[in-house]
Ligand binder design. Structure first.
Ligand SMILES: Nc1ncnc2c1ncn2[C@@H]1O[C@H](COP(=O)(O)OP(=O)(O)O)[C@@H](O)[C@H]1O
Ligand SMILES: N[C@@H](CCC(=O)OP(=O)(O)O)C(=O)O
Length: 378
């Protein structure tokens, strides 16, 4: 479906923030219980990538499958409460295993349980984003799963692929790596048809993919359909997705080296263009920053970031990460952007040089109030 399979792999070599998603079938060796040896391998690779300066978040399934093993159940229960109970039981083993494997490398981990609803709610979305950013800043690996105790739709369907994509959108990841039990996406289900052909590179939004993707196996349930949908979702924030075999040797490191492995599902736009398009469509602003003439010029003519020194007034009660409008002193809109400081902090640093941020706030986040990558001129 594309002639330039190798060329786009450079995206992965350049990606600085990855979300890695590991499916149930793979993680539990098709339901035999947590595959500790395989887990140790993925963890070692993630640690190697982290040492190369890549920020990583892990989305891991396997709670239900592991809970089933612990309860001696041969097949996935039909009752939702039984599934939820299995997830609660299995999640203990899951995080315990990740904790100890990462600890061997001196890397800390954190458990984060989320539902799709959490990410649809603006406030909780921002809270989750701040937590994940703080964890990344501290170099701690977040191990994310669905909060199966309170969510029923997700567990019925069994799909962490979507969660992986939502997290990729949330943290603006450049790459979503979905590790599964197949080499990648084929033109039809390879379990059903041995003549199926692996697709090395496709456009995530190509509608033909949905017809080629089938359902999943006994333990993982989403199958290829949810992976394709996840890639489409991730593409919205300009994130590229790779579907690859978690059993492949040093798979993550080889992907980071740009090797042509698995299936690469490309977004139409890069991350910056996608973010700017999203911003441009974001008409509701949580507040306004009134800029002096010098700042207006720096934005309009110099395409620079907005520094606190150029802000005369802060209006509204916004939080870090929200969209605010930048206006000139006559109230004419100049730009919209994602602000790096909440309204109270912005008011305290307004008119001040960036070197003073730490002294004024007791900490310094970014030197700019709005980074130019997060800003669209109006
Ligand atoms: N076109 C396809 N290409 C590859 N795998 C496919 C395709 N269609 C369906 N599948 C199935 O999807 C399964 C992987 O999904 P799933 O069982 O949900 O695993 P996971 O737990 O990793 O999410 C594969 O084992 C395969 O049988
Ligand atoms: N959150 C649940 C279900 C997720 C699930 O099965 O997803 P997947 O294996 O990725 O298709 C679990 O951890 O078992």
């Amino acid at each position: 479906m594309s002639a330039s399979a190798a060329s786009q792999r450079i995206r992965l070599q350049q990606a600085r923030r990855w979300v890695v998603k590991i499916g149930s079938a793979l993680l539990t060796d098709d339901g035999r219980g947590l595959d500790q040896q395989a887990m140790a391998g993925w963890v070692a690779q993630m640690v190697a990538l982290k040492r190369r300066g890549i920020e990583l978040i892990l989305v891991s399934s396997g709670a239900v499958a592991e809970g089933m093993v612990r309860m001696g159940l041969g097949s996935r229960p039909d009752s939702v409460p039984a599934l939820q109970a299995c997830a609660a039981i299995g999640q203990m083993g899951l995080v315990q295993a990740y904790e100890s494997h990462f600890r061997e490398h001196g890397v800390r981990t954190a458990q984060v349980l989320l539902t799709h609803d959490d990410l649809a709610d603006r406030q909780r979305y921002l809270n989750a984003r701040s937590t994940l950013r703080a964890l990344m800043d501290w170099g701690v690996i977040a191990v994310i799963n669905e909060n199966d105790t309170v969510a029923t739709d997700e567990i019925r369907f069994g799909d962490n692929d979507t969660l992986g994509a939502l997290v990729a959108n949330l943290v603006e990841a450049e790459a979503l790596i979905i590790l599964t039990d197949q080499e990648g996406m084929f033109d039809r289900d390879p379990r059903q048809d041995p003549d199926a052909v692996l697709l090395p590179e496709v456009q995530a939004l190509d509608d033909r993919l949905l017809a080629m993707a089938g359902g999943g196996g006994k333990f993982g349930r989403g199958g290829m359909v949810t992976k394709v949908r996840a890639a489409r979702l991730a593409a919205r924030s300009g994130c590229a997705t790779v579907i690859a075999s978690g059993r492949g040797e040093r798979i993550l490191e080889r992907l980071a080296d740009g090797e042509t492995l698995g299936t690469l599902l490309l977004p139409e736009q890069d991350r910056l263009a996608a973010r700017k398009q999203w911003l441009a469509g974001h008409l509701q602003h949580a507040g306004r920053l009134v800029l002096d003439a010098g700042a207006v010029r720096a934005l309009r003519e110099g395409r620079r970031s907005l520094l606190p020194v150029g802000v005369r007034q802060v209006e509204g009660s916004f939080r870090r990460g929200e969209v605010v409008a930048c206006v000139d002193e006559a109230g004419v809109q100049v730009a919209v952007g994602l602000v790096n400081y909440g309204a109270d902090e912005a008011a305290r640093i307004a008119g001040q040089p960036s070197e003073r941020i730490e002294a004024l706030l007791g900490y310094a986040d970014a030197p700019e109030l709005i980074h130019r990558d997060n800003m669209v001129l109006v």
